[in-house]
Design a binder for this molecule. Structure first.
Ligand code: S3P
Length: 458
């Protein structure tokens, strides 16, 4: 940052859990704009001061979220048509004399649908919910030419009000309201269904609005605006009935992309950046970072598979042993000789701790003994998705034959030593890993393929 940095921020309360600062600063970095984005916690009753203060201090724009998306409207210089129709603003763009308010949730939903290949035009749709998020979704469906939209809501009156409002905006009688209990009245057909309530959101992850398989058989695609948990009960029901299900993470990302592009006219966030930010957010939702970590016994193929995986996914590869050697300025056999195994194990813990704090998007191979410490197992699990490459003792012995670079195998009978060590370590590898892959008899490509699949669903 310097004197010319363009500053934006997010006004919210609470703001601590927001993904926007990470996401927006990442966009800034990737698009090469001198840009910074900060969390701005605004106390209730201070919204007017916040907007005026932001303008006075030359903020280029802001995001606005819970609980201020409606409250902010009276303090804006202008409001975009979509935002006015939805009655909520989530993005402010600086103009002479104040800010212009936009709603990027609705176009964010549309961009997420486009990316997932979900058409809206001419579609028959079901909208679950009639609250703030439902309004944005209704606007998206209406403005992109949905043929019919059945709005189902626990309060039939709210559904009626939303349907009436949308029909007056778009003309015709495309929006029809139904009380939730009357869902069976929806004619047979094949529907795109948007789930816009908070039902099923963590911590109440079993919550589902309609629990009837017959309903889900009518749905070809279910789009849940919720993304915590990553797969909601609604999504599972859609999939069980043979439909396709998508969660709300991409919508969250695209509302941010559109806001970023409004603040930086002419700048585009590319697909690669969107994919990278999605991986980060997904990892963070799973309580870990977006690294892929290979563990396993000496000779299990951690480096070979790790490098192949890094090449395949365009990520950088690194190795804890190499880092340790760099930092110590000597080889691992010399560390063992001169400082002892305990000192080496301590270096391992320090290395994995540093990795967890600084790395994103890397593929990491870790020394065979590193997961033996309980603290290391915990640090590994936070640092990324941990893959255990499991190998039979015979394979390991075959691969390590004649190898004298491993101090742990210095013994009159290295093969016996390897077998004993592997037997003692197996349970720690399993405990440390999110995913276990058996590698015997498989090619590197087959193993990489298997990891790609397992990592996705894990
Ligand atoms: C060790 C494994 C080695 C290296 C060190 C100790 C072990 O790494 O960290 O020699 O205790 O299993 P690789 O598993 O990469 O060979």
């Amino acid at each position: 940052m310097d004197g010319k940095t363009k500053v934006c921020g997010i006004m919210a309360n609470p703001v601590e859990h927001s993904y926007s600062p990470m996401m927006q600063n990442f966009f800034g970095e990737r698009t090469g704009v001198n840009f910074a984005y900060v969390p701005l916690k605004v106390e209730p009753g201070m919204v007017e001061e916040a907007v005026k203060g932001a303008y006075a201090m030359n903020l280029a724009g802001m995001n606005v979220t819970v609980p201020y998306k409606q409250q902010v409207i009276p303090y804006l210089k202008e409001v975009d048509e979509g935002a006015a129709a939805i009655g909520a603003v989530n993005t402010l763009v600086r103009i002479p004399g104040g800010y212009r308010g936009y709603n990027t949730d609705a176009p964010g939903l549309y961009r997420a649908m486009e990316e997932a290949g979900i058409p809206v035009e001419g579609e028959d749709c079901i909208l679950l919910g009639a609250g703030g998020a439902a309004k944005a979704a209704a606007w998206t469906l209406g403005s992109h030419g949905a043929r019919a939209v059945y709005i189902l809501n626990r309060s039939g009156e709210r559904a009626e009000a939303l349907a009436a409002e949308m029909n007056s905006r778009f003309g015709g009688e495309r929006f029809r309201a139904l009380a939730l209990a009357d869902y069976r009245q929806i004619p047979d057909g094949s529907y795109l269904c948007v789930q816009s309530t908070s039902v099923g959101m963590a911590p109440d992850t079993e919550g589902i609005l309609i629990d009837d398989e017959a309903f889900y058989r009518k749905i070809h695609t279910g789009f849940d605006l919720v993304y915590t948990p990553f797969t909601t009960a609604f999504m599972r029901a859609v999939e069980r009935a043979g439909g396709r299900a998508v969660n709300g993470l991409s919508m969250l990302i695209y509302q941010g992309v559109i806001a970023y592009e409004l603040w930086n006219p002419g700048v585009k966030v590319d697909r690669e950046t969107v994919d990278a930010v999605r991986r980060r957010m997904r990892a963070s939702l799973r309580g870990r970072r977006d690294n892929l970590i290979f563990i396993g016994f000496m000779g299990a193929g951690k480096t070979t598979v790790g490098q192949a995986f890094a090449g395949r996914t365009g990520r950088r590869f690194l190795d804890t042993d190499e880092r340790i050697e760099e930092r110590a300025g000597k080889s691992i056999p010399r560390i063992f000789e001169e400082d002892g195994e305990e000192a080496f194990r301590q270096m391992e813990t320090e290395t994995v701790r540093a990795m967890g704090n600084e790395l994103w998007g890397a593929v990491i191979s870790v020394g065979g003994g590193l997961p033996m410490r309980e603290e290391n197992r915990r640090l590994l699990k936070e640092a990324g998705t941990v893959i255990y490459l499991r190998t039979r003792p015979e394979t390991v012995c075959e691969r390590l034959k004649g190898d004298d670079s491993r101090p742990m195998l210095k013994s009159p009978d290295p093969e016996k030593r390897a077998r004993e060590l592997l037997a003692a370590r197996e349970r720690f590898y399993l405990e440390a890993a999110h995913v276990c892959v058996d590698t015997d008899g498989k090619t590197v490509e087959e193993i990489v393929e298997e990891i790609l699949q397992k990592e996705e669903t894990e």
